[in-house]
Design a binder for this molecule. Structure first.
Ligand SMILES: CC(=O)N[C@H]1[C@@H](OP(=O)(O)OP(=O)(O)OC[C@H]2O[C@@H](n3ccc(=O)[nH]c3=O)[C@H](O)[C@@H]2O)O[C@H](CO)[C@@H](O)[C@@H]1O[C@H](C)C(=O)N[C@@H](C)C(=O)N[C@H](CCC(=O)O)C(=O)O
Ligand SMILES: Nc1ncnc2c1ncn2[C@@H]1O[C@H](COP(=O)(O)OP(=O)(O)OP(=O)(O)O)[C@@H](O)[C@H]1O
Length: 492
């Protein structure tokens, strides 16, 4: 590709003469380590390092053009100054990969909780009805039926465009995080649908206030294609606010919610059944909700409304919903004879903890024993609220370690003790080793009790624990295996 084509639509502060504009670009990279001969290197000032400090490395690796947003004079290769390198990376990636989002049905999902769950329900509904569908999100990326590992919820804009350019699927679902939106990771990407699940207390280490966090989520709707649709949960305060902002902009918003002014009115969210009653255009209908909890009924209905807007008939959606198998680490239920029910869930916000414990109670748990911790170096302001909720709602809770993220184990244990003194109560105990905490919870529980393990969901452990297992699910299976062996031994 010629440099002039790569720079299309980009506002630049450098004069590009005829010779320069015709330079052949062999590739683009925002990491000096990925640069190969003939590449353009885009230098980005990041949160931990500054790409401008790696320009020399990039040139040594063969970069022939450097783009950055600092005022620099380079002798060896041309330097092009832009306003904002992150944003420029979006435009350049789109140009390099020939605007791949324009040819797909693109669905962006944003919100604090429910992005992953809604994505997987929707993917299932679409695939069951003959549509091929990719997912780009937290657990993994699935493109052309191939599973690829994912290190961010929303990948870098360069990676996103690359994935889209390789994608042969008709529809692509992208989980769009607030970090992704503010860091221009969807710059140049156009969506046919923007789904808003909800907004709750989270990431206030990054966004400072809920209003700022909301403004970040709002950015997704600047990326709608002409005639693009917003699909919104209006029972969330911020969802309602979003509708009131989008309407005057002429953006069509379909909503779900309990009041009759929604496109899908949720009539009965009975907490202990797996059926949702709803009404659309004066017709009442019922839908199976494949995952427990009121929160999952909202996720299900957002997926339903999107699938319907894509043109899948309601009866086929209803039918397809019945075969949905759930999502790894999202209210994942492990139930065996003569052992307590164990739930593994990715709840890491106060509202998610609330939903999980109340769902367990509503679905018949005699007692709920809750095992959880707090992620190091992440929003600390949500911790008291999470602890207050579990000390109020659970029958017993065990505080344990989650990912430490460079915080020392000693410091995190002290934090747990301090938080428990201030916001916990007599129902709580602290067992730092996560595997031993799970073992203790299962040992304490009777058959009718539920053990709720939250925070890690599908993820593998980042540190070694006593039982040498690699995830919450693995630990639960190891403990239950021992437990069952012991039962057999005792009964003989
Ligand atoms: C704080 C943060 O959000 N960082 C994200 C950001 O990294 P950064 O730009 O700050 O990178 P940096 O390490 O400072 O490097 C700056 C530049 O120098 C370059 N560099 C660096 C080293 C070198 O040798 N050569 C070189 O060229 C880097 O390639 C980069 O271009 O941009 C990267 C690419 O898009 C992201 O992978 C990275 O996510 C980090 C890993 C992360 O943990 N982010 C979390 C907070 C996050 O984004 N989470 C959300 C989900 C949140 C949720 O809803 O739960 C997500 O979307 O994943
Ligand atoms: N609609 C919802 N409302 C409130 N809580 C929810 C909702 N959906 C899921 N949750 C809770 O949030 C947890 C994470 O769900 P999910 O992975 O679907 O959300 P996410 O938005 O992708 O999260 P993340 O951005 O952290 O990956 C679930 O395990 C559950 O506890």
């Amino acid at each position: 590709m010629l440099l002039r084509d790569l720079l299309r639509e980009l506002s630049i502060h450098t004069n590009i003469d005829q010779t320069l504009s015709k330079i052949e670009v062999k590739g683009i990279a925002d990491n000096s380590k990925d640069v190969k001969p003939g590449y353009v290197f885009i230098a980005i000032k990041g949160f931990t390092s500054d790409g401008h400090d790696y320009i020399t490395d990039a040139i040594q690796n063969g970069a022939t053009i450097i783009i950055g947003d600092q005022s620099l004079n380079l002798d060896v290769v041309p330097y092009i100054k832009v306003d904002n390198s992150r944003q420029a990376l979006g435009i350049i990636s789109k140009n390099y990969y020939q605007n791949p989002s324009k040819d797909k049905i693109m669905i962006g999902i944003t919100g604090t909780n429910g992005k992953t769950t809604t994505s997987y329900i929707l993917k299932h509904l679409l695939e069951q009805n003959g549509k091929s569908c990719s997912i780009i999100g937290t657990i993994q990326n699935i493109v052309n039926g191939e599973t690829l590992s994912s290190s961010n919820t929303t990948p870098s804009v360069l990676m996103l465009n690359k994935l889209l350019s390789e994608c042969k699927d008709e529809i692509v679902i992208v989980e769009v995080s607030s970090h992704g939106l503010t860091q221009f990771r969807v710059e140049g990407i156009q969506f046919d649908f923007g789904i808003f699940t909800n907004l709750y207390h989270e990431h206030l280490d990054y966004h400072s206030t809920m209003e700022e966090y909301f403004q970040a989520k709002l950015l997704l709707f600047d990326h709608l294609k002409e005639n693009g649709l917003a699909i919104i949960n209006k029972d969330n305060y911020w969802g309602e606010k979003l509708v009131s902002i989008l309407n005057p902009r002429g953006i069509k918003a379909y909503t779900i919610g309990q009041s009759s002014d929604n496109d899908i009115q949720l009539l009965d969210l009975a907490t202990n059944t797996s059926t949702i009653s709803a009404k659309a255009e004066s017709n009442s209908f019922e839908m199976v909700c494949p995952m427990p909890g009121t929160h999952n009924k909202y996720n299900t209905m957002l997926a339903f409304l999107t699938a319907r807007s894509i043109g899948i008939p309601q009866n086929l959606i209803q039918q397809s919903m019945m075969s949905f198998q759930g999502v790894n680490g999202r209210f994942e239920t492990i139930r065996q004879e003569h052992t307590p029910t164990v739930i593994i869930d990715y709840a890491h916000t106060p509202d998610a903890v609330f939903h999980c414990i109340t769902s367990a109670k509503n679905y018949g748990a005699k007692r709920v024993i809750h095992v959880f911790g707090f992620r190091g170096n992440r929003d600390k302001t949500k911790r008291p609220e999470m602890l207050a909720i579990t000390s109020d709602l659970s029958d017993c809770y065990i505080l344990t370690l989650d990912d430490l993220n460079n915080v020392s184990e000693e410091e995190m244990i002290e934090t747990l003790e301090e938080l428990n003194r201030s916001y916990g109560n007599h129902k709580g105990m602290i067992i730092p080793d996560r595997t031993l905490a799970i073992q203790k919870a299962i040992e304490m529980a009777n058959d009718e009790d539920w053990v709720m393990i939250t925070g890690k969901g599908h993820e593998n452990y980042q540190q070694d624990f006593h039982l040498n297992t690699f995830s919450d699910k693995d630990t639960v299976q190891a403990v239950l295996h021992e437990f069952t062996k012991q039962e057999i031994f005792n009964s003989n």
